[in-house]
Design a protein around this ligand. Structure first.
Ligand code: GN1
Ligand code: MG
Length: 540
């Protein structure tokens, strides 16, 4: 006969007795120091001697400390101490229920919860997923313990009370905004730490580390605070990005490619928004970290540059049929070189920081090239060049390479995807990658335009994009290189004059140093322009 010895014959003990009968105990008796009755077979201290008669016992006291004390005594004595679960309670198969617990009528114990020994989940209470109810705690009638909570040992959650999870401190999340963002995207419980990541000049980027199946911390997501000085309408930026990346997924699926690695994949907040706005009104977004990939600041091996050309050419092709008119212009007139020139002129005139005197030769260099600035804009206005879906920031460091194969893998930094000129995307790649030095190399003797790298890029780019581009577009490519480099130099110099309000800088002349490298490249491209055009013809 299945028998149960219950310590405590008070009101709660009686509830446990009824429940025990419902779950198959044929004989139920009590030990109690005060209560009398036919089913009270002794005092609590008789539990040792009663072990000869009964093998199974529980401690059913409403008082938390007493219940836990006697539960431990029974376990120590060698009793089998079951958890008593009412048949109407709903327990997730993944929940862990330790010995000596009581889960009463219509309680709900949800996924991945842990109910430690001697805890009591009373009638109608809910313990939501991933919560822990520690030893001897009592979750009272009709109360709610929300997801990811910990109810401390011996604590009582009052009837009808609602418990919200408290946050744990996340290493590396030094600002409130970053911590809020980690929680907004639902990483609060699993995140091990966050760490600054990437080399962009505009946004603030962090990698989010979490344990993998083996418990080793790996970067799994990327969190980015979008710079609203630059991107005034983050909702539109994100609409573009979701539209394009989801479209690319379909293209990659059709191509038989790897959906997780060949395009970025963005994640919505827990409330389903494309980005999270922190208390300061700053937008945060989240994307998948592309594993086993590398990013280069300069061309280390020519092959890399060739691969990047193929990737950007391929990107243009993949988005060939994307409805360009559905894209928002996230930064109006972004590569309108004529407008950039006028902004520069205005900055020279105002000279708000009195820095004009520090950059006379550079200013002269730019002012002498007003006419050049209009070359491609004019062809666009005349309908000679078409608008396409372009990336508009095709630096080498906006591509991830596969760490094993060295092949171009994934185009990143999609904030400026807008309708634009193919020549500008081509040109921006040349500006950054066909240089022998980094964008901010202070020693100009090291900065040269490398026409061999240029040729390699032309080859790779046209291999992929030749059939899509019109003859006029192909012919416009060398101008794209000159003008994107000139434009970028003008932008750096403008920002220098305005007091470094746009690009992130590490020291006061940083933008001036950057402008100088760009103008050095422009000068060398001008000197070799004929050869640049000949190379295009060779691969056309
Ligand atoms: C900026 O964010 P990042 O570093 O990839 C800039 C580009 C410039 C580039 C110069 C939105 O790109 O236009 O060419 O710096 N992006 C924006 O390195 O202005
Ligand atoms: Mg970037």
């Amino acid at each position: 006969m299945k028998a149960l010895l219950i310590l405590g014959a008070g009101g709660f003990g009686q509830m446990v007795k009824e429940t025990a009968a419902m779950i198959g105990y044929e004989q139920v008796v009590f030990l109690d120091d005060a209560a009398k009755g036919a089913d009270v077979v002794g005092k609590c201290c008789d539990y040792v001697i009663k072990h000869q008669e009964y093998t199974t016992a529980v401690a059913a006291f409403g008082n938390n400390r007493t219940r836990l004390y006697w539960t431990d005594k029974l376990i120590e004595e060698g009793y089998e101490v079951p958890a008593i679960v009412h048949p109407s309670a709903i327990i997730s198969p993944s929940a862990v229920i330790e010995p000596g617990c009581f889960i009463m009528q219509r309680a709900v114990v949800n996924t991945h919860t842990h109910i430690e020994r001697g805890a009591l989940i009373n009638s109608g209470a809910v313990v939501d997923h991933d919560s822990v109810v520690c030893r001897g705690a009592h979750v009272c009638l009709g109360s709610i313990v929300k997801a990811n909570c910990t109810i401390e040992e011996g604590k009582k959650v009052e009837a009808g009370e609602v418990v919200f999870s408290t946050r744990r401190k996340i290493e590396g999340a030094d600002s409130r905004s970053l911590e809020d963002a980690v929680y907004a995207f639902g990483f609060g419980t699993q995140c091990s730490y966050v760490k600054p990541f990437g080399e962009g000049h505009i946004n603030e980027t962090y990698a989010v580390y979490m344990p993998d199946e083996n418990g080793v911390d790996e970067p799994l997501y990327v969190l980015q605070r979008v710079n609203i000085n630059v991107f005034k309408n983050p909702a539109e930026v994100m609409e573009n990005i979701f539209g394009v990346t989801e479209y690319l997924r379909d293209v990659i699926r059709r191509e038989g490619g790897n959906l997780d690695r060949e395009t970025l994949s963005y994640i919505k907040t827990k409330s389903g928004d494309t980005y999270f706005e922190d208390d300061e009104g700053q937008p945060w977004r989240c994307l998948n970290y592309v594993s086993n990939s590398v990013c280069y600041q300069t061309v280390e091996r020519p092959e890399q540059f060739y691969q990047s050309a193929r990737s950007f050419g391929h990107f243009l092709k993949q988005l060939g049929d994307y409805p360009a008119e559905s894209l928002h212009e996230t930064i109006p007139q972004f590569h309108d070189t004529v407008k950039r020139f006028h902004d520069f002129e205005a900055a020279v005139k105002k000279d708000v920081k009195n820095r004009g005197r520090l950059c006379r030769p550079e200013t002269e260099f730019a002012l002498a090239r007003e006419e050049d600035c209009g070359v491609l804009m004019k062809q666009l206005q005349e309908g000679i060049l078409p608008l396409r879906v372009t990336h508009n920031d095709t630096k080498l460091n906006n591509i991830l390479f596969d760490a094993d194969t060295g092949k171009g893998l994934c185009i990143i930094d999609l904030d400026t995807i807008m309708p634009g000129l193919a020549a500008n995307d081509f040109g921006d790649s040349i500006r950054f990658g066909a240089s022998t030095a980094e964008e901010d190399e202070p020693d100009l003797d090291k900065v040269h335009f490398d026409i061999h790298l240029y040729e390699l890029y032309v080859k790779g780019y046209l291999e992929m994009a030749k059939d899509v581009l019109t003859p006029a577009e192909i012919e416009s490519l060398p101008w794209g290189a000159r003008l994107m480099t000139l434009e970028c130099g003008i932008r750096f110099l403008t920002d220098f004059l305005q007091g470094d309000v746009y690009f992130k800088t590490a020291y006061p002349e940083h933008n001036l140093v950057r402008a100088r490298t760009q103008f050095r490249l422009v000068k060398e491209m001008e000197e070799q322009f004929e050869a640049m055009c000949e190379i295009i013809k060779k691969y056309q």
